[in-house]
Design a protein around this ligand. Structure first.
Ligand SMILES: C[S@@+](CC[C@H](N)C(=O)[O-])C[C@H]1O[C@@H](n2cnc3c(N)ncnc32)[C@H](O)[C@@H]1O
Length: 252
């Protein structure tokens, strides 16, 4: 099957995002982007503006100026979870990964407003960031909250959470490190649970008697570090149930 072309005309694998940011930024977002430049990391790019060149490496000490447990959020939106976590845990560092430029700008605005120094942002595809840029086996946690559900079955291949992403996340975590997920989309929640179960480097601490036919088994209690975001509110307002999942990197 032919692979889709990016905005740059490069043929590449299916990605989990659709927005191309072709439009100019709103003036306020542009100002935030300029003011927050010091908090944006700029990895070497591959063939597209959201890819990362294989063979490059994130240096957390250079990026944050210290050694601290590092949490990476993939698809950080406008930064609600990141900002909340960075305020609650000044002893930890947080890297937000988001392809949507206005989302990055609004996160920068919030972290400048709150005077936070333990957050950095990168504009890019989270798959590439974890696969090519992060040192394997080093992350304390990876977060994937309310990834786009791509509800139509012909679009399911665009979903971020699949077998190959689970392996990429698992390999990026230190032994015992946690992948935390949340979604309000029931079929996606069940898929996430199955993906975790099938991943050879991850364990589900809530999956003891995880029965494939039991739609309630294998989910985690709500992660207390996760604030209610716009996306969660949209789901609950529409009557959907939010499910959390946790997976731990096996110690081997
Ligand atoms: C539904 S929003 C959820 C945002 C946020 N996690 C929250 O709970 O409010 C999903 C976000 O993931 C971003 N996204 C989708 N695929 C991505 C990828 N491969 N890498 C980085 N960001 C991605 C989208 O641009 C969007 O902002």
């Amino acid at each position: 099957m032919p692979q889709p072309r990016s905005a740059e005309g490069v043929q590449r694998r299916v990605v989990s995002f659709a927005r191309t940011d072709g439009r100019a930024l709103r003036r306020r977002d542009h100002a935030s982007e300029q003011a927050g430049r010091a908090f944006m990391l700029e990895p070497p790019r591959g063939e597209t503006s959201t890819s990362i060149a294989p063979g490059s490496r994130l240096d957390p000490v250079a990026a944050f100026g210290r050694i601290a447990p590092l949490v990476v959020e993939i698809g950080s939106g406008v930064g609600e979870s990141l900002i909340h976590a960075a305020q609650s845990h000044p002893e930890m560092d947080f890297l937000g990964v988001e392809v949507y430029r206005p989302g990055n700008a609004r996160t920068l605005a919030a972290l400048l407003r709150e005077g936070l120094t333990n957050v950095r942002m990168v504009r890019g595809d989270g798959v590439d960031v974890l696969e090519h840029w992060v040192e394997p086996g080093t992350l304390s946690q990876v977060w994937t909250f309310f990834p786009d559900p791509w509800p139509k079955s012909k679009h399911h291949k665009r979903r971020l959470v699949d077998d190959s992403f689970a392996l990429v996340v698992g390999r990026s975590l230190r032994p015992g490190g946690a992948w935390r997920l949340a979604t309000d989309w029931a079929p996606y929640a069940l898929r996430m649970r199955d993906v975790i179960r099938a991943c050879p480097v991850l364990d589900n601490p809530h999956g003891g008697r995880c029965d494939r036919d039991d739609p309630e088994a294998g989910f985690a209690p709500r992660f207390e570090g996760r604030p209610v975001t716009k996306f969660e509110r949209k789901g609950t307002d529409a009557g959907r149930t939010v499910r959390d999942l946790t997976a731990h990197r096996r110690s081997e």
